[in-house]
Every structure is written in structure tokens, then in C-alpha cells.
Design a protein around this ligand. Structure first.
Ligand code: SF4
Length: 313
């Protein structure tokens, strides 16, 4: 892949397959400041929608990438995400519609769901094949504790937005619930979540926990066993997001993984330094690191405000 500023990957994603990421938001602009965020602390907490990156420049990159059949053939899905909340970009609707006119590859949006009460945001996402909003808590205190939203954004407003969007949206709606031990996994939390999820009636409910080094060390993971119990409690649509099946990983993925291991065997590095040395987008590096951490091939160590990775020996 050539040098692209707004695109990263394709990288294997646990839930989407080989995903080309489209980064719509600079680090770290978001409507939340989640304690588990792996991108780091939100430096600009906002609900303001605007063209954080120029829409036309993103279109040009997408066109350049997709016109090469070799690129297009190794992508299962085009995914809007970002180093923050992608629906804050006012051009997201235009970009989704642009892609739908350009390719048959499905389009997904991974969003924190916090702007779905806005009819314009709802409209913007209607053309996507899959929308994956977060819903980490349905109890006000837990919502504030885990997502630390921008002032004025209440859990009721967010949930009403999700429900309203569900009514209009014909595509696949997969709700992700990220649980942190002792923060949003209490009995009251789970009962409230179950009720709201039944009302929203998404196509899937994906349970996740803290798998990458979080923004706050207070964000601790649940065990696989506990996640399994919660899945059973939430019902048929719930699933624990499974580890990516390594046997399906393409060759280029394994080569990049080797490069990362080689780099880290020389000295510990931050994800940002690795991204510069390897010429990979930060998100791409982070996705590889997630797999390597899960497989216990690398370790994450906090030094001051930075997280360093090193090879586990
Ligand atoms: S919504 Fe996503 S990007 Fe924003 S703080 Fe939470 S995890 Fe990070």
C-alpha cells in the first residue's frame, strides 16, 4: 500500500475481517474520554461536528486505493473509525455515499453512538452496511464513570438516540458493550443494559473488555469466564468477541508481525515510535499489538505517561 494519510491497513479485525480503516478524526478529539481508551486521554472533548480533515482529500485517497484491484481484493470491509469519534466529522455521510458509488465492498462505521440523537447523524449513517455503536452503561453513574462524556451528554439522550436510529436504519446494527471490572459490570448495570438492549433490539451484542493498555490504570478487564456468564445472561444475540482466528491471517499480516517483533527485540518502543519506524498508521500498529499482547508475545509497560512494548522472553 502506498503512503496514505487517512487510510490504514487492511488489518485483521476481530469482528470485521480484513478491514481498511478510514481515519476521520485527529488524535484525540472525542465526545467521550473513556477510561479504557487505548488511544489515550481525550484532549478535545466536544460534540461539535466539522470537517476535522478535508472531505475531498479523504475521497481522493479512497479513490486512489480502490482503483488498484490488488488493494481492493484484499479488503473485506471499509471501516470508518478514527483517533476519536468518527461521527464528529460532518462529511461522514457524504463519504459513505461516495464509497457506495465506488465499490461493492461493505462499509462499516465504528462509533461511540453518542451523537445518534442528532437526526443529521442518523441520516449520515443510513447508507452504511453495518453500524457498530458502543453502549457500555445504561445507568447514569456508570455511564459517567466509564465514558466520561462531554458536559450535557446524558445517558438518556444517548440511549434515546440509539433507539431512534434503530427505527430508521435498515442495515446491520451491532452494539458493542465494553465492561470494566468494578465500574460497569455490577448487577444493576447488567439488568439496566439488558432492558435497554431488548428495547433497541440490535442484530448482535458484542461483549468486550479491556484488552489493550487503557487510558487509566483503573480500567481492569473481566475474565473470559465472567464475560461468558454475562453473555448467557444477556441472551441469544450476545457474543464475546472471539480472538481473531490466526489460521486465516494473510501472509502480509505475518510479515508485519515479524517486523514488529524484530523492532521490539532490539529495544522497548512506544506504539507511536513503532508507527514512525515502520511507516504504519498508529491504529494499524495498535491492532497488531493487541494480537501480540493476547498471545503473550509482547508485554506492555507503563513508564510515566507512556506505554512501552517489549518482547516477552
Ligand atoms: S469513544 Fe472511543 S475514541 Fe472516544 S474515548 Fe472512548 S474509546 Fe476512546
Amino acid at each position: 500500500m502506498g503512503t496514505f494519510k487517512y487510510l490504514y491497513g487492511p488489518v485483521p479485525s476481530r469482528r470485521l475481517g480484513a478491514s481498511l480503516g478510514i481515519d476521520l478524526i485527529p488524535k484525540k478529539i472525542c465526545s467521550y474520554d473513556c477510561i479504557y481508551c487505548q488511544i489515550g486521554k481525550t484532549t478535545h472533548l466536544t460534540l461539535k461536528r466539522k470537517a476535522y480533515y478535508p472531505t475531498e482529500a479523504i475521497k481522493r485517497e479512497l479513490e486512489a486505493f480502490l482503483k488498484d484491484p490488488e488493494n481492493a481484493n484484499r479488503v473485506d470491509i471499509l471501516t470508518f473509525s478514527g483517533s476519536g469519534e468518527p461521527t464528529l466529522h460532518e462529511g461522514i455521510g457524504e463519504l459513505i455515499r461516495f464509497l457506495k458509488g465506488l465499490t461493492t465492498i461493505p462499509v462499516a462505521v465504528i462509533t461511540n453512538g453518542s451523537l445518534l440523537w442528532d437526526p443529521q447523524v442518523q441520516e449520515d449513517l443510513l447508507a452504511a452496511d453495518r453500524v457498530v455503536p458502543s453502549l457500555d452503561a445504561a445507568v447514569a453513574e456508570s455511564f459517567r464513570a466509564v465514558n466520561r462524556p462531554v458536559e450535557g451528554l446524558t445517558v438518556t439522550r444517548m440511549i434515546d438516540g440509539l433507539k431512534a436510529f434503530r427505527k430508521r436504519y435498515q442495515g446491520q446494527l451491532w452494539v458493542e458493550v465494553l465492561l470494566c471490572e468494578g465500574v460497569n459490570d455490577g448487577e444493576r448495570d447488567l439488568a439496566a443494559l439488558k432492558k435497554v438492549l431488548n428495547e433497541i433490539d440490535p442484530d448482535r451484542v458484542q461483549l468486550n473488555t479491556v484488552v489493550r493498555p487503557p487510558s487509566e490504570s483503573s480500567a481492569r478487564p473481566l475474565s473470559q469466564a465472567r464475560l461468558g456468564e454475562i453473555r448467557d445472561y444477556l441472551g441469544d444475540k450476545a457474543e464475546v468477541i472471539a480472538s481473531f482466528d490466526r489460521s486465516t491471517l494473510p501472509v502480509y499480516h505475518q510479515a508485519t508481525e515479524e517486523e514488529i517483533i524484530n523492532l521490539l527485540s532490539r529495544r522497548p518502543e512506544t506504539a507511536e515510535k513503532m508507527s514512525q519506524s515502520l511507516g504504519l498508521h498508529l491504529h494499524e500498529v495498535e491492532k497488531y499489538l493487541t494480537e501480540l499482547l493476547r498471545e503473550e508475545k509482547v508485554l506492555a509497560l507503563r513508564r510515566g505517561n507512556e506505554i512501552y512494548y517489549e518482547v516477552k522472553r
